[in-house]
Write a protein that binds this ligand. Sequence first.
Ligand code: NDP
Length: 337
Amino acid sequence: NRKVLLASRPVGKPTVNDFKITTDTVEVPDDGEVLLEILYLSLDPYMRGRMSDAKSYAKPIEIGSVMEGGTVARVKTSKHPKFKEGDIVLSHSGWQSYAIAKGDTVRKLDPSVAPISTALGVLGMTGFTAYAGLLTLGKPKPGETVVVAAASGAVGSVVGQIARIKGARAVGIAGGAEKCAFVKKELGFDAVVDHHSANFAAELAEACPQGIDVYFENVGGKVWDAVFPLLNTFARVPVCGLIAQYNQKPGELAGPDRFPATMRDILTKSLTIRGFIQNEFVAQFPEFYQQAAGWIKDGALRYREDVVDGLDAAPEAFMGLLEGKNFGKLLVKVKDA
Ligand code: NDP
């Protein structure tokens, strides 16, 4: 069994030395368990938080343990009445090629709905994050302007497309010409702005002539600085992620104290700024799944996957995710399906 372990806690950017790749024997399942052969591993920004022991909403990964992560797998051996050999399931088995799981912790997938990899992206956790965060907290109305950063990525791409389905104007922020072209032409956003541009803040203002009614926050940093002055009265800001900060060293978060000025605008513009972790809304998952599967089928919801080959490539691909090197939902193909 090939495994990627957490070797040390990164300070700032993770390096290859923070990971250790090992091989050991494949275990045998007990009653009520299944042995899974992992086909796809999802790589997600939250894993950076789990590598750290700073206090957060979830426990850190222990040093020497398998890196955590969502997976799509094939049942190799079943000792659970609900599963048989060959079933394709969603599990949370981490960065390894085989895993034992309790039957009640895995969900059977229907490969006829969409390619099985989508259970980790557009029809899985990241698509659901976009759906629940945008609709429950952002509440876009027809004609309003919705802005989202990391717009070519797993969450952002879905946010902008759902905003358009709901009749809002979608403005994306992405890094580089290729990603921007994709967001506009393939995903059909109304406008897109490149955050690498020297005139980024001015270009964002130009792309939002009516101001911003919903800002779906994925990034933080200078993107937030450019967005904040453009927020309209009664604007809603679902705070989903702050990826620009994840690799910052302790102490780097401190800057000039802008909190009093921020609070003044929260008051005078009646802003709603609300953080969330997607599992708060888990009861909405069946409704999301049904709607998103329908939108994919009729072409209203498009997605792009960035698939790297083999478990050994996972550390490098993950480090790239935190620097914008991925283009679409980042997945590792652990084994051919
Ligand atoms: P993406 O597929 O969007 O990949 C990450 C993207 O973030 C990169 O491609 C890059 O896009 C952008 N990025 C990376 N570093 C920086 C930086 N320093 N400054 C600006 N942009 C940067 O990832 P996901 O869609 O999976 O995640 C997007 C956000 O959503 C993350 O913040 C993540 O933590 C959050 N999230 C939150 C959840 C929740 O429950 N609250 C659940 C799932 C995700 P580009 O090159 O275009 O800048």
